[in-house]
Design a protein around this ligand. Structure first.
Ligand code: ADP
Length: 255
């Protein structure tokens, strides 16, 4: 039996006096495609940001790829992770945000190859070869030398996906990646993500308000409310036959 690739164990997270996660535990198996849904403010983005080490945690343990994320062992004792450990662990994970954050003064291909060259020491030729293959995968090979300002929002977001993939993460996190896009540009981004989900064995966590897409994309849906998992299961069951009243109310409002 395979081991989980992500394990949240009793995670607490507070911002000042606001407790956002209060003893959250869940596991993700390698290759699983997970959709995190629920009302605004229920902690979904915080979970992704914690995994990306953009937020620290107030308590608990997280394991990623068989190693502690925020802790390490030193001289037989468990101590908080140092920057070198966090840096190593971040390599397992890629994240795509609502806002694409491309480097405005770099062309599309440079946006994709910069991190592999600078942080992993890849040779330019090798990084560009893979960068072009990724651009081809997201349908933008002809835009390699374009500047971000020449692209539509949907194209920018597809470049951002290719950029995250260029570091060859085992886990990809998608945080509301279509919510800043005009409606007519949403479909092209979702199509790229669906292909990735179908054609790769990467583990993927998706935070979304697009319930139709969550249904198509996910193997498992987690419904959150106030930092707790209220209900989880295969999309067919969660979307057609939720057992919890809070899930039913949420889905009635949003669909
Ligand atoms: P969701 O993604 O489900 O909408 P979030 O994880 O973004 O929820 O937010 C959960 C709660 O944490 C919200 O009440 C939000 O206002 C609060 N929060 C998130 N980030 C911060 C922050 N940096 N400082 C203070 N409060 C925050």
């Amino acid at each position: 039996m395979a081991e989980p690739i992500i394990r949240f164990d009793n995670i607490r997270k507070s911002f000042g006096t606001l407790t956002v996660l209060d003893g959250l535990s869940f596991e993700v198996m390698p290759g699983e495609k997970l959709a995190l849904i629920g009302p605004s403010g229920s902690g979904k983005t915080t979970i992704l940001r914690i995994l990306m080490t953009l937020e620290d945690i107030s308590g608990g343990h997280i394991e990623v790829c068989g190693e502690q994320l925020y802790h390490m062992h030193k001289g037989g004792a468990e101590v908080p992770a140092d920057e070198a450990h966090l840096h190593k662990m971040r390599r397992h994970i890629g994240m795509v945000f609502q806002h694409f954050n491309l480097f405005p003064h770099k062309c599309v291909l440079d946006n994709i190859t910069l991190a592999p060259i600078l942080t992993k020491g890849e040779k330019r030729a090798e990084a560009e070869k893979r960068g072009m293959a990724l651009l081809d995968m997201v349908g933008l090979a002809d835009k390699a030398r374009a500047m971000p300002s020449q692209l539509s929002g949907g194209q920018k977001q597809r470049v951002a996906i290719a950029r995250a993939l260029a570091l060859q993460p085992r886990i990809m996190l998608f945080d509301e990646v279509t919510s800043a896009l005009d409606p007519e540009l949403v479909e092209e981004v979702l199509a790229v993500m669906k292909r990735l989900a179908d054609e790769t064995d990467m583990t993927m966590l998706l935070v979304t308000h697009e319930m139709g897409f969550a249904h198509e994309f996910a193997d498992r849906v987690l419904f959150f409310d106030r930092g707790r998992i209220i209900e989880q299961g295969p999309p067919d069951r969660i979307f057609t036959n939720p057992t919890q009243e809070r899930t039913q109310t949420f889905l009635r409002k949003i669909i």
